[in-house]
Design a protein around this ligand. Sequence first.
Ligand code: PMP
Length: 377
Amino acid sequence: MIYLDSAATSRPYQEAVDIFSKVSMENFGNPSSLHQAGFAAKKILEEARMKVLSSLGLSSTHNCIFLSGASEANSMAIKSILLRYQNRGRRAITSSLEHPSVTNAFLQMEDLFGFEPTFLPPDETGSVPVSSLEAALDKNVILSSFMEVNNETGAIFPIRAYAEALKPYPKALLHVDATQGIGKVDSDYSCCDLISFSAHKIGGVKGSGCLLYRKNLQFAPLVSGGEQEFGYRAGTVSVASAASLAKALQISLENRKRNWENASLLCAELEKGLLSIPEVRLNSPKGHSPYLCNFSLLSHKASVVVEALSERGIYVSSVSACSSKKEPVSEVLLSMGKTQREAANSIRVSFSPDSTEGDVTAFLANLKQILSEVKPL
Ligand code: PMP
């Protein structure tokens, strides 16, 4: 198997699985229980929380809630914050290329509660220029939410510049969906009020994630019940998942620089090979995250090519969100000014720390062969 779809999910680190299994077997107590088994589980949970915060340099400024993943973290950062601070203002700003867990949270808040979202379009680089955010801001804005790295193109958003632009508006909080950036990009999240991510994109197990938030913030809980996770997210916490997430994050951050260099090398190799194929158009913008490379086919259906690659044991993604015409098309690529054909026929290759040059060579050779065999559009 040649797995080049790590932006969808990554193979977990052995250490992350080992700690999940060890804690599940040896520390299965409920961290809310008032006996030794509970205390032991609680200790592991709090150590995991501190490990996450300190590995990101946020232990004095931020707190951390463990939950089921980035979708839930995004939902909480947007809905719980808008509801909690609704008397400060009604406007919220995001981009038109966010993950559906962000976009749909904004739409839901508009639909059900009358909040006023603004969806800023990208420029041709696939991210929102800070001048667009500056132009959209006013005193009624209470939240802005941007992804750190786009999950289709790898475009890196200027998070620090957004935080600077928000300074004159102290009521406007900054939420960053760091799912595709954390542990990969050289990031400093201290300027962000809320940060979301999933464990399974950084070598952790699925069904686990974090919402980090500035210590002075409060939430209207989406899941109400017991007092777990500071009363903001009720339900018995998976201590094994929390410990495993902290381990995966630690490994990712410790090896970040070396892994980034490896991904950069592979990405350059891949793009060089792709550029030698006449019908290929690269979509990932200059300076994109080397972990993701997106390109379109001009003469073949991407979904057919992805399926043919899969039959040969090579796994990549063809990106699709349903357009109004019910044809799978990437809204992200359309909003970057790509043609309908390019947006309907894109392929995403995404790397992990254990991807190799051999993977890239095999991918390119098989792609070329498939393009010469499959009937063109
Ligand atoms: N945000 C981004 C940028 C993502 O790429 C993803 C996963 N595709 C998510 C949020 C949601 O993550 P999860 O499915 O783990 O909840």
